[in-house]
Design a binder for this molecule. Structure first.
Ligand code: TLP
Length: 361
């Protein structure tokens, strides 16, 4: 992928896509910290977080716990580490974890649940990535000593590789209630739970209240440069704290990062709807291009995955052509491309992307 030259300076207002910068739609992880974040980072009060003495981290953790209506929260370096820590807390070596086939924990975390937590993923594929209890129940192993035991169910909301789809709250709650009746905990990979919250007009606390643990990312749509959070009961977070250290995630004067996270948490949810509007607009433009297949009505949040088989090109060829026109996107398979909207891409940027897409198709 070509270099992106969109570095913003402290004095520059945060203003979305500029004419000479690339329109970077590879992910919402590419956002640069806003000038307000950079200022807060420079001025952050810090201490040694391994001693629990970083006031800014403590404030972020307390704030996240409050927003989710939970007892406690933990700042972790990445979403992947947050998910792995949760899997470690809820399972033992030799257990199975039920998740959707395209889920991030199954496809994009380097098999860490097996390599490190010693668990097997037990997967099924679900329409739009949305699991239901009917799909999950047959995957639960019988309690027989010679069968690996199911220890955890993990859902992903929004579902990244299904195109940012949102769990209907009643479906997620039904899964949690049935799972609890079967003595199984449910973890939520809520990397983009704030996008789900905006799409549904429901609070993150309401959407996640039945889950036993939640991971969400500060470094995606919320725009912070680094970091994710785990939230749950005090007991869960105490155990998570130990595994964070075990995995090398005990950080020191990390208030400089938490300061940006605090701003993302406070300010970004109010503006996420723009990313969703831009994604829908992008999908509508894409649907009008001959050879490209996408259903704009299915675009609920900030992710658009489209099929370009009809253009006769592969996704890799298409992305290379886009990059020459300073529009960045990534293939998800041979004929599909993912584009993710975020606060560093405005409507003009989406128009530039559509012009490039039309030229190539
Ligand atoms: N997703 C990244 C890539 O790894 C695919 C992206 O560009 O979307 N859960 C979900 C649902 C995610 O989408 C991601 C990152 C993670 C977990 C992991 O977060 P990080 O990158 O902080 O480890």
């Amino acid at each position: 992928m070509p270099e992106v030259s969109a570095t913003k300076t402290l004095s520059e207002p945060h203003k979305g896509t500029t004419t000479d910068a690339a329109v970077d739609l590879r992910s919402d992880t590419v956002t640069k910290p806003t000038p307000e974040m950079r200022r807060a980072m420079a001025e952050a009060e810090v201490g040694d977080d391994v001693y629990g003495e970083d006031p800014t981290v403590n404030k972020l953790q307390a704030g996240a716990a409050e927003i989710f209506g939970r007892e406690a929260a933990l700042f972790v370096p990445t979403g992947s580490m947050g998910n792995l820590i949760a899997i470690k807390v809820w399972t033992h070596h030799g257990n199975e974890v039920i998740c959707e086939e395209r889920g991030h924990i199954n496809q994009y975390e380097l098999a860490s649940m097996s390599a490190i937590a010693g668990c097997m993923p037990r997967t099924t594929s679900a329409l739009d990535g949305i699991l239901t209890w009917d799909l999950i129940e047959p995957l639960i192993r019988p309690k027989v000593y010679y069968r690996a035991q199911t220890a955890l169910i993990s859902l992903e909301n929004t579902h990244n590789m299904a195109g940012g789809t949102v769990y209907p709250p009643e479906v997620a709650e039904d899964i949690c209630e049935h799972a609890h009746a079967a003595w199984l905990p449910v973890h939520l990979d809520g990397a983009r739970i704030f996008n789900a919250s905006v799409a549904l007009g429901r609070s993150v606390a309401a959407l996640t209240r039945k889950f036993d643990s939640v991971m969400f990312c500060l470094s995606k749509g919320l725009g912070a440069p680094v970091g994710s959070m785990l939230v749950g009961s005090r007991e869960f977070i105490e155990k998570a704290h130990v595994y964070r250290k075990l995995f090398g995630g005990g950080m020191r004067q990390v208030g400089v990062l938490a300061a940006a996270g605090l701003i993302g948490l406070e300010k970004s949810p109010q503006i996420l709807h723009r990313d969703h509007e831009n994604a829908r607009y992008l999908a509508e433009g894409l649907a009008a291009i001959p050879g490209i297949a996408v259903d704009p009505r299915k675009v609920q949040t900030n992710i658009v995955i489209f099929d370009l088989r009809g253009t006769g090109r592969t996704a890799a060829e298409f992305c290379a052509e886009l990059a020459k026109r300073k529009v960045l996107a990534g293939p998800t398979d041979k004929y599909c491309i993912r584009m993710v909207t975020h606060y560093d891409v405005d409507r003009a940027g989406i128009d530039r992307a559509l012009t490039a897409l039309r030229e190539i198709a």
